[in-house]
Design a protein around this ligand. Structure first.
Ligand SMILES: [Zn+2]
Length: 315
């Protein structure tokens, strides 16, 4: 993901416009404790074995296989991959795959729950070893773990009124440097998905989308992000309202001071109300060799995963 400085007037306006819902939102009876932070930690640990997981690396395909194998153990109905080749500036083709896992594909009402599974190629911000392979426990294995554990839990719960499409995007870290500090960064997987939206949604666009990135850190602090409020303010309020009820210390109502570009950006630009759930304050470990499992906390993962589960069951 990448930060973009934004007009302070717009940010100030949005700060005023965020009286978030309290915890009293109507609740379906859902066994939230089914969502297990230790299982999510194990899912992160498994992905770290494949490092580096950047495009073109053997660990990239191993990650795809791992996600598909984990999904096969759930009640997800259909898993497809959207495969294409991207030719970068150096002319070298990169093979990319978005993974799409659909629950209740016959349900005309659709919602996207997404993350990215590619990791940056090297820990370029590491003060000691900037060429070392990037472990990426928080960026990017944590988002994959949240989706996979949620897929397992959804398989144990009554059917939702809306069909969920889980999307594991490829290429979020961009082509040129494979995430290693390219100033002209752009995501690849989510814009490709949007360019081929009719492959997945031939008639009607999904109603909304939520994207997870960097969601395992200890003492997680999740703030609404300004571009998400622009795109999907009602959904952000709903999600944070649920989160404050479940894990009050993890959900902060003050917005981040600048917008963050991530896979929700392309979805929002395609007219799908979309928002990002991220704890972007991850110093001094962000994109260093210290982005490792010991920086993650099962309680943070549970705060996010149980909130997502609750949110999906809300009317
Ligand atoms: Zn990321």
């Amino acid at each position: 993901m990448k930060t973009i400085r934004f007009c302070s007037f717009v940010v100030a306006t949005m700060l005023l416009a965020v009286p978030l819902l309290g915890a009293s939102t109507a609740r379906a009876e859902v066994q939230l404790e089914l969502w297990d932070g230790q299982r999510a930690m194990a899912l992160i640990a498994e992905q770290l074995q494949f490092t580096p997981r950047s495009m073109g690396a053997p660990g990239h395909q191993q990650t795809v296989d791992f996600i598909k194998a984990a999904l096969a153990k759930t009640s997800v109905d259909v898993v497809t991959t959207q495969d294409w080749s991207y030719r970068g500036d150096d002319g070298k083709p990169l093979a990319l795959s978005n993974i799409v896992a659909r629950f209740q594909p016959q349900n005309p009402r659709r919602m996207i729950v997404a993350t990215h599974y590619d990791s940056i190629v090297k820990a370029y911000r590491d003060p000691k070893d900037p060429d070392a392979p990037m472990p990426g426990a928080n960026n990017s294995a944590s988002g994959v773990a949240v989706l996979l554990e949620t897929a397992r839990v959804l398989s144990l719960l009554p059917k939702l009124p809306i069909g969920i499409d889980m999307i594991f995007f490829d290429g979020e870290e961009g082509p040129k440097s494979l995430g290693a500090g390219d100033p002209d960064w752009k995501a690849l997987g989510s814009p490709h998905f949007v360019d081929h939206l009719k492959d997945t949604y031939p008639t009607t666009k999904p109603e909304k989308a939520v994207v997870f990135d960097m969601v395992c850190a200890k003492n997680i602090q999740l703030k609404p992000e300004p571009s998400s409020l622009m795109s999907a303010m009602a959904e952000v309020k709903k999600f944070w309202g649920a989160g404050i009820g479940i894990a009050p210390g993890a959900f902060v109502t003050k917005t981040t001071t600048y917008p963050i570009s991530d896979d929700h950006t392309a979805l929002a630009e395609a007219g799908i109300p979309s928002f990002l759930v991220i704890d972007f304050d991850y110093e001094p470990w962000f994109n260093t060799t210290d982005d490792t499992l010991d920086k993650c906390d099962p309680r943070s993962l549970e705060a996010v995963g149980r909130t997502l589960t609750r949110y999906l069951t809300l009317p």
